[in-house]
Design a protein around this ligand. Structure first.
Ligand code: HEM
Length: 227
């Protein structure tokens, strides 16, 4: 008997699909040893500085090609200046590492690999770029706020000031509304089913690439862990 599509479940909205496809990976990232230890205060501010430096490479990769993607029919609608983080990271690093911050920048191998994958997507595959865009920016607008709160308290950083500006989106007055609109954009994504599945896979890969950075950071700071 031929398969009928009439009884098939309609596909869930793409924003739901990508959240569900990466839910397990999200939990692993959130509970990674490095993030847990850093936010528990057992690793010291060095760990936060080193982590922030890794973010600089990741956001440079996300943002250096964004102008070229602004007119792309698939990725273009996601490119918006109020999300850009490179300038904020540079202010944070100047505060955390001093005027010589740029010379101290040193990417971990996992960071280099992650940034290279983002750049490859930005240059060759707008749908893949969206998977990376989603994984970082929607996360920063969500769990990022938890990280900011811990960092301010643990290391006495000025509230929403230098050191934590990366987590402060001055151009976004209402983060909840922004996230709603972002999800609506995901739901209108100009991609057929096959391409949507490829983007979901890239979303999982984005989380795996983040976790690899956390694993290397954990290794670097292992000696600071108690007992
Ligand atoms: C969403 C917490 C780490 C990526 C969320 C939400 C929470 C959260 C509460 C839901 C917010 C909402 O529905 O509005 C945390 C905490 C973290 C953490 C506490 C660590 C301390 C991460 C990491 C990534 C990430 C490391 C990826 C690099 C995301 C994404 C979303 C999200 C993409 C949006 C999910 C969606 O609604 O589609 N996070 N998170 N998070 N987080 Fe995290």
């Amino acid at each position: 008997m031929p398969e009928t599509t009439e009884t098939a479940e309609p596909a869930a909205p793409f924003s739901t699909r990508i959240r569900e496809a990466t839910a397990r990976e999200h939990e692993e990232a959130e509970n990674s040893t490095f993030i847990t230890d850093m936010l528990a205060g057992v690793l010291g501010i060095d760990s936060y500085r080193r982590y922030t430096a890794q973010l600089w490479f990741i956001y440079r990769a996300l943002e250096e090609h964004s102008a070229g993607l602004a007119d792309d029919p698939v990725a273009g609608p996601f490119i918006t200046p109020e999300l850009a983080r490179t300038a904020e990271l540079e202010r944070d690093l100047a505060h955390l590492a001093g005027p010589g911050w740029r010379e101290q920048l040193d990417p971990l191998p996992a960071t280099t690999a992650y940034a290279a994958r983002i750049e490859e997507c930005a240059r060759t595959w707008p749908g893949g770029y969206i998977a990376h865009h989603y994984t970082r920016y929607l996360g920063d607008l969500s769990g990022g706020q938890v990280i900011r709160g811990h960092a301010e308290k643990l290391w006495d950083l000025p509230h929403r000031g230098d050191g934590v500006r990366f987590y402060v989106f001055d151009g976004i007055g209402n983060p909840a509304a922004f996230k709603r609109e972002y999800r609506a954009l995901l739901d209108r994504i100009g991609a057929d089913e096959l391409e949507q599945r490829r983007i979901l896979d890239e979303g999982k890969r984005a989380f795996v690439l983040n976790r690899a950075v956390f694993t290397e950071l954990a290794g670097e700071f292992a000696a600071r862990r108690p007992g």
